[in-house]
Structure formats: C-alpha cells, structure tokens
Design a protein around this ligand. Sequence first.
Ligand code: 0X9
Ligand code: ZN
Length: 422
Amino acid sequence: MKTAAAALLFVQLALATAVPKLETKISYDGYKAFRIKTDHNTAAIESELSRLSVVPLNLDTDKHIDIAVAPQDVAAFEALKFTTDVMHEDLGADITKEAVFAPYEVTAQAIPSLTWFNSYHAYADHVKFFSDLSAAFPQNSEIFNVGTSSQGRNIFGIHLWGSGGKGSKPAVYFHGSVHAREWITGKVVEYLTYQLLTQYGNNTEIKTALDKYDFYIIPFVNPDGFVYTQTNNRLWRKNRQTRSGASCVGTDMNRNWPYKWEVAGGASTNPCDETYKGAAGGDTPEIKALMAFTETLTNGKGIKLFIDWHSYGHYILIPYGYNCAAKAPNHARQLSLAQGLSTRIAQSYGTRFTTGQACAALYATTGDSTDYLTDVAKAEFAWTIELRPGSSASNGFVLPAAQILPSSIEQWEGLKYLLANV
Ligand code: 0X9
Ligand code: ZN
C-alpha cells in the first residue's frame, strides 16, 4: 500500500507558507504552474520545494508533482532544473478567463439552452439551471434536498425516473463537486442530466435506461466549498466547517465517510491539511446528510451504480481505497466493465482513461465515498472517475471552458455504454 505521509507533510508545509489566513480573495496572478517528473525522487524534490512558496496541486506525488509557484519564486524554481511541463504560464490569468461566465439562456420550450455548456457559472445559476430543467420535465424529474451544509446551504439533487414511476427502480447515483475546486465535475454531471432528460422522449436507448433505473444526481455535495472557490480561493478543496480548537477550516469530505475511517495512512489527522479526515467518521454535516439519503436508496430499490465525479487525471477507479489487498466480491466484473467504459470514452476524442483499483492505481485513502458505498450501502458498482485533464495537459483544476463540452460528450458516450452493460 502506498501511503501519502510524505506528500501530506509537504502539502502541509507548502500550504502553511503559501496560503494567507485572511478572508480576502486569494490572487494567483503571476503564479506559474508546473508538472515535475519525479523519477522516484519525490522526497528530494519536495525537500527543495519546501524552501519556495508553492501551492501543491496533486496528491499522487510519486508519479509527478504538480505545483503553482508564486511569482517571486519562479526564477528560483526554474534554476532547480527539474524536468517539467508547464501547466499554466499564469494561473491567475487562466482563472480570470475561466471566470467569464456566459449569460444563462433558456429555449422557447423553457428548457435551458445548450449554450450553458460553453462556460462555467456562478453557484446560484447552477441551482436555477437544475430547477428550470426539472420544471421543464415534471413527469420525469423532481428536485430534492438531502440536508444542509455547515454554512446552511441546501444540498440539492435531481431525481429522474421513467415509465415505472418515481422510485420504482434500482438507483444510479452520482455525486459531483465534493472537492470544491474540481469545477468540471459539476458541468459534466449537468450535461449527463440534461441529456437523460432531453433525450428520454426521442431516443430509445435513453428511454430504456431511464425506464430501468431511477437516477439520483447531486451535482454539488459540497456547496460551501464550491461557493468559496468562486468568492475567495479558486483552489479550495475541503468543506468550510470550522471546529473548536482548530485554527484551520475544512474537512476533506472524501476522507470522512465512516467505513475504515480509523485505518491509518490514507488521510490526515491535521485540520490544516488538504486531506483532513475530521475528528470522527461522518462528523461533517454534509456526509451525515449524504449518509442518511444514501440509506434511503439502499433500503429502497438498492444502488446499482454510484459514481463520485472528480478531477483530474483520467482515471476510472474501483474499490477499495483503504487497502490494496481488499477486493470487492465482484472485483473482476467491475474491472472489465471499467475497461469497457474506458474504451468507449476513448472513441469520442481519443481520451485515454486508466482503470484500476483506487488504492493501487492512485493511492490509498481512508473514508472515501466509494469504500462506504460498496461496503455499507451495498452498491453493486461504486466508482471514482477523475475527469480531464490527463497527464499531458497544460492545465489542471482550471480547465478551459472550451473543454466542458468535449469532456461532457465523452462521458455521455461512456455513460450510455455503462447503462447498457451494467
Ligand atoms: O484523493 C481523492 O479523494 C481523489 N482524488 S482527487 O485528486 N480528486 O482528490 C481520489 C479518491 C479515490 N480513492 C483512492 N484513490 N483510494
Ligand atoms: Zn477530487
């Protein structure tokens, strides 16, 4: 099992120096982002980096280290002569471009227009998009709430159903935006929802799928974090929960699910770290609400397929994360289905997704959603999908808006394959 202890220490040190504690908007203007090839020298490279003001961007640091270097340290970093690719010449400039949100338009039929997928949007508009979409298809959808976030926002979802009526079929269940900065996930989940609803009436393949499954799609399971990325810090990951006695804000919701939460090595116990697991499994209001909702699905018609949408890296990850030796009973079937999905995704634009067990293919985690969904909630398939970009991209969490549609289309093609074969 790979542990991320060294990486976590690095993240902690780097954040301590790079991120001011003030509640002002953090500027990444002039930050240059690099992907460093590690060649098995991760620890040595991290030790050099600890002397510079850098913001770490990835956790799978034994393969490569992605960082944004503060303007004053770019020259010193380049003098280190690591083997690098540039991810952002100027991260702040790319964030500024990304924040140009196109106006929200609806069609004559009162359905949101496809132009929605040409840009990112403000959180309030996402909420409106889903309520408008649902209002346009009242026979097949409704908005639901699973509870409230630590700052009191609704955690909303959209429920889709087909000819069997509401709640009559096994669940296909999606979570988006658990990590606040992974903006592409909300957009892709929106596109999948949009296609399911708008094509139900005129596409047999989609009608068959929606007649067979109830879909429960929660596009923003971490609304506070998402809003914070739009108001204060584009690179925020965790929720926004404060804790007495802790000077740092936020818990990594993907380390807080109470299954094997107590196992050491796959999360941090330091509230200032990016992978802080919380003081107890399920002690974040968001995960509490999601657990209660998930239980209703398990106790209802059961969960056929769960996908937790993340970015970035191009991965389709199957359980388990907490221990590389622990396999789901249907491990071989999950792997072959994931490989089939990867092949189908590549057919649209040649995008290659790596498939494998989460622990081995990426790194070990404890308290992640898919372990809980597999073991406690009894989902037949519970996966993490890490969306664009992949390893050769000149960007990371700040994915150009021009990639929203291609990202969405390749996943839509993949989802159709999954629904026909799961
Ligand atoms: O670390 C995570 O929570 C996920 N990656 S991300 O870069 N989006 O933060 C991966 C979770 C998948 N589980 C394991 N790798 N065990
Ligand atoms: Zn993530």
